[in-house]
Design a protein around this ligand. Sequence first.
Ligand code: NAD
Length: 294
Amino acid sequence: MTIAFLGLGNMGGPMAANLVKAGEQVTGYDPMPEAVSAARDSGLSLADSPGQAVAAASVVITMLPSGKHVLDCYRSIVPLAKPGTLFVDCSTIEVADARAAAELAVAAGHQAVDAPVSGGVVGASAASLTFMVGGSARAFAAAEPYLRGMGAKLVHCGDSGAGQAAKICNNMILGVSMIAVSEAFALGRKLGLTDQALFDVASRASGACWALTTNCPVPGPVPTSPANRAYEGGFASGLMLKDLRLAQAAADAVGVPTALGRHATELYTEFVAADGPGRDFSAIITTLLENGPA
Ligand code: NAD
């Protein structure tokens, strides 16, 4: 089986490299020269165009920035693919775009799944990603061996679009809960609590959540959290904002009131405008603390 891997950026580059390590034949394509040279160092064959990569492939994996990129790409490559090709889109995009992309592939006689990930660049490099997969049971079974080469956990969430739906619902919880945890530390300090005392209580009580116990927004209680290294690395605020916006677009499309999700989107919009998109999303706490995070 030859795999075409389109989009060799921060995530796609290491994911494709892990498929090579797992013994797969991978032909990659990316328009950015830096991505191409890093991929060459990882042992990928490189194509000059998406069409060239796809023509010889039985599996096509995409890891692209947005739904527009995915749909434009599918419109150009689906007609060039061999009959019965498996399309796996791992990008984070709107549910409606994921369904439209899968329909393009299925209507042309192929199989398709949406398989967005969580775990970030660290998980992509370590092949420890979680994949949330949407598509038929048959397409999921076909995709499973390739996803296992890049990740540690797979969840078949339902039909086409269900993987994206799970991803944005989860990240809406995460964005809201990070703001709630940050507000609690800001309030705790004003009330005379140390960060450690609040952590020791909340982490063992009903306030416990990933935003507190793994990605704690103040330095100290969780030594591995990005707060201990000036919020460098981790899950970038710009990507959190992207996912919150996708969640709101989906909520608007189906008429679900998501008051906290909407407010979290507004707060992250302001934060990213002021702080830039690069720091870990827990840095939003710095807008709430009078004397900074330390
Ligand atoms: P990135 O910008 O580093 O990589 C995207 C790559 O796609 C770029 O190298 C770009 O040149 C390439 N590209 C654009 N159009 C292309 C085309 N037609 N054919 C082939 N390549 C093309 O972005 P990333 O951080 O790797 O993220 C990719 C996707 O993964 C996004 O949808 C993002 O939301 C999602 N995601 C990222 C993270 C993370 O921590 N970075 C975590 C989870 C999910």
